[in-house]
Design a protein. Sequence first.
Length: 437
Amino acid sequence: MTALSLNRTTTDMRRGACPALSAPMMTGDGLLARVALTDAISPRQLADLCRLARIHGNGILDISARGNLQIRGLSEASASLLEGDVRALNLPLREGLAVETPPLAGRDDTEIADPHPIADAIRLGARDMAGLAPKMSVVVDGHGRLRLSHLLADIRLVAVTTGDDIGWKLLLGGSETSAGIFAVLSEADAVSAALDLLEKLAAMGNGARGRDLAVNLPREGGDLPTTSPFDLFALADGLHAVGVGPAFAQSKAEDVIALCLAAEQLGIRLVKPALDHSLLFFGGSRACEALALFAAENGFITSAADPRGHIAACPGNPACRSATIATHDVAGEAGGEWADLLDGSFKLHISGCPKGCAHPEPTALALCGTPAGLSLIAQGKATDLPFADIKIADTKATLRRLADLVRSEKRAGENSAACLARLGTDRLAAAAMSGRP
Ligand code: SF4
């Protein structure tokens, strides 16, 4: 038995306190357990988590779009051992309702307000609330440099300035721009309103979601703010953060362990899995720059300009039993053919099946696996009507023809998303099907 396993004598074994960890879900490569953190941990602790992924799982880790760590390839028995060993690490595990704050919150001197006090009060107030939907989520966003605008939330509070005062805009359902606007409230009223709404949703039954309360509310509309975690951020008190991430959200545990060891040697003391499948390391500017260099040399995404960061690909085949395609292989081909066109104006969505886990929102171009090959969807979700269906063997050639069309038709100053929207499904379909018998 390993040293990590022996630590179980100190374990807090309250099963059910953290459902994502104590009730792992079945996927194509076994059970998947999610480790959700409410705060940063040390690189050493992250390396310990990775070692547990190797001991108990298949050594493959995902970082989800919401910044949760997912450990894959578990059995019933090893999932239980993993839970005990993770709890023995005494990490700031999220218990109960998901109340999320941006990863730089409280350290970002550009934010209108630190969202932590509100998030803590909502967490505490909702602690004993029964009957909420299992995936219910609350976002509290202080309006700093890294926003959670893209994440879907049942209840969202966003800091706003109203004259000389700070208020909190309460939104229901959807992303920041698609959600219904409920009210702008003071901090105290924002907490009680959020808790009242959660009570209401709990009373409606565990299928009720924030969007059910937003039916007649006005929407902000427009484009979502674009923020990438793959950058170097100057924070308060001379602290810096650097965002790096594995390609297509998935990594071998040993690669993350090597990254954590490098961070530790550079004097970096904190790391947090964060939005867009990233890891944010906090330290001095030189240490962060050196770590970014190490990460880039070892295949991690370190820049917002990396085309791989603009592809949302689910784990696909063989990691998920619902997948009909190897999404990461398709993503690799797309990253090559579309490299200059992945300009951050949209996420190229590559989905192993119509469930569309990697990008639940519509996007300018989506590729979805089917039993017969691939469906191509424009301005929609993986479930929407495709403009073309192709064989998997035609993927690379089709991606190239579509890329050539966009490249040749793009107007000066036009981004790729706008060009795709202007071209429309008929022209995209013609390009996708051209050259085919
Ligand atoms: S979209 Fe489908 S294939 Fe991909 S992870 Fe979700 S369920 Fe699996």
